[in-house]
Design a binder for this molecule. Structure first.
Ligand code: PRT
Ligand code: ZN
Length: 310
């Protein structure tokens, strides 16, 4: 442990805190690297001690707690941390199982990574037409809370078997007739002879916060979120430069994706052409570039944006 880490206060009461915001992120797993990257892109430089519970930012009043994703909600409700990065699936499952304990945790910003869906899947050969087909069947899942809620909404009564892992093997071992598990590419289902039937939740990583925040921490939180939102906007935006015949300008503006008012500049020595620069707040596909070209645009350049602050 270095000196910086030794000075970190583990106080569970932010009112008596050390003036540093505390964030809980996943220590090791699918969300870890992207969570750290997001903070680093927001200009927050972390002291590398990833094997520890704590990581201290040295240029921003933020301490990072590296924990299991399932523990993140409890770190917030006990006020050890004020914010966290977690999969919506994990948060919503906790809220479904323990509504009183976790209801006050608020999702404040979708982060665009860790995308997956919680889906019902059945063995190939199972005659599935709708969720009603599952009445009286056994379904294995690690998401009892969300599955029970979904089945109740559909008025379907089925047995739920809770499994912590390897849910996809349950039908093969006759533990269950169907499963409800996270899916991203779908490869795991296919290689276990299962067919995805119904997504009951679309999920991605999300920033969450507690409603218990002292004023000094609230100010840091707002600064952090402003930077994070700027990073997300820059990540999703592209800077487009192109040349346009003057008479094609309106048509070209109409094709530019998500750009309200581009900058139009004269091109030296050309009365018939202008340069158009625009920030587009969505991805620019090859097809869009071809559409621009077909509308008369030339010298089309698409560039990533590193930072953007409104
Ligand atoms: O140790 P800790 O408890 O912190 O981690 P963990 O093992 O509980 O979670 P981890 O790291 O596996 O996942 C963290 C979060 O990543 C999840 O809560 C989701 O929000 C998100 N995520 C995104 C996924 C997936 N994609 C995903 N594909 N989580 C799990 N999977 C698993 C799924 O359970 C299944 O076993 O991957 C398999 C399916 O993947 P495909 O690509 O074959 O469909
Ligand atoms: Zn977990």
């Amino acid at each position: 442990m270095n000196n910086a880490q030794q000075t970190i206060s583990l106080s569970a009461n932010p009112m008596n805190g050390d003036g540093r915001l505390k964030i809980a992120i996943q220590k090791s797993g699918r969300l870890s690297e992207k969570s750290v990257n997001l903070l680093e892109k927001a200009g927050i430089s972390l002291l590398k001690s990833r094997d520890q519970l704590l990581c201290r930012a040295h240029n921003f009043p933020l301490d990072v707690f590296l924990v299991r994703d399932d523990d993140i909600p409890a770190f917030l409700t006990t006020n050890v941390c004020q914010v966290g990065i977690i999969g919506q699936n994990t948060l919503l499952e906790k809220q479904a199982l323990f509504p009183e304990k976790y209801a006050d945790l608020e999702q404040v910003q979708n982060l665009g990574f860790g995308r997956c869906r919680l889906s019902i899947a059945t063995p190939t050969g199972f005659d599935y037409s709708s969720v009603e087909t599952l009445a009286g069947k056994t379904i294995a899942t690690s998401y009892r809370g969300l599955l029970a809620k979904f089945l109740a909404e559909k008025n379907v009564i089925a047995d739920i078997v809770t499994m912590e892992g390897a849910v996809e093997v349950a039908p093969r071992t006759h533990l269950a007739d169907a499963i409800c598990d996270l899916v991203s590419t779908g490869n795991t289902l296919v290689s276990n002879g299962l067919m995805e039937q119904e997504a009951i939740l679309e999920s991605q990583a999300v920033m969450i916060k507690t409603d218990q925040m002292a004023d000094d921490l609230s100010a840091i939180y707002h600064k952090l979120m402003s930077r994070i939102r700027a990073v997300l906007r820059a990540d999703n935006s592209r800077y487009i430069m192109l040349n346009s015949p003057i008479e094609a300008l309106d048509a070209i503006k109409a094709v530019l994706p998500g750009s309200a008012s581009p900058t139009v500049m004269p091109l030296q020595g050309r009365d018939d052409m202008v340069a158009v620069h625009a920030v587009c707040d969505e991805e620019v596909f090859w097809t869009t570039m071809e559409d621009l070209q077909n509308t008369g645009a030339s010298s089309i350049l698409i560039m990533p944006i590193e930072k953007m602050l409104d």
